[in-house]
Design a protein around this ligand. Sequence first.
Ligand code: MN
Length: 243
Amino acid sequence: MKKTIGISGNILIDEGGMFPGYKRSYVNDDYVKSVIAAGGIPLILPLNTNEEIIKSQLSMIDGLILSGGYDVNPLLFGEEPHKLLGMTMNDRDTFDAILIKHALDMHLPILGVCRGCQMLAAVGGGTLYQDCSLSAGSYIKHSQGHTPSQPSHTVTITKDSELYSIFGAETLVNSFHHMSVKDVPKGFKVTAVAKDGIIEAIEKIDGSFALATQWHPEMMAGNNDDMLKLFKLLLSKCENKEI
Ligand SMILES: [Mn+2]
């Protein structure tokens, strides 16, 4: 029986056309395509801030993808906004925080992508760099700015990690972020770093499965079998979520 993967939704504010300023619920189609290609059933979870509704949304799925999107509000991890911070959306933070809290409680397997990685860290008591340039030693361009499926920088992967079992010691990833994890949340470990020390992936140490990447595997999975394996890994973890 195929497993159902919930994909956390985003809000797109229409900038032109018939309805300027109008809000639309959406996810990028690459998430949907990746889940289907990996053998799962994708289910978009529309953004909302009602805890009971969100718990009901989670009860319908076997695994969760935390999708990418806007910057994380630094007030979530106790910092004032730095001048390099990008656009934030408090409702998105609220939605993701409730999703994460209950998904972890329910032992739902989680794959976090980009902002999803940052939110896992912030919700778990970690902190973020509000811009990669604020990390000592940072020199790599982490906002490649074009061609989403094209890898742009190297990551070094930690042994004894789920990522290592797919990629080995090193791989190439795309990069569309300017925030990154600073302090890793309790119960997680760093499993990939860029050559400039920027954290590129974290994994939950014990219990249920949670893995989050700073890169966007869904944008690469169409022509990169290893990136598709990340989605297959999430699906494989759905088999035994009752721990
Ligand atoms: Mn990067």
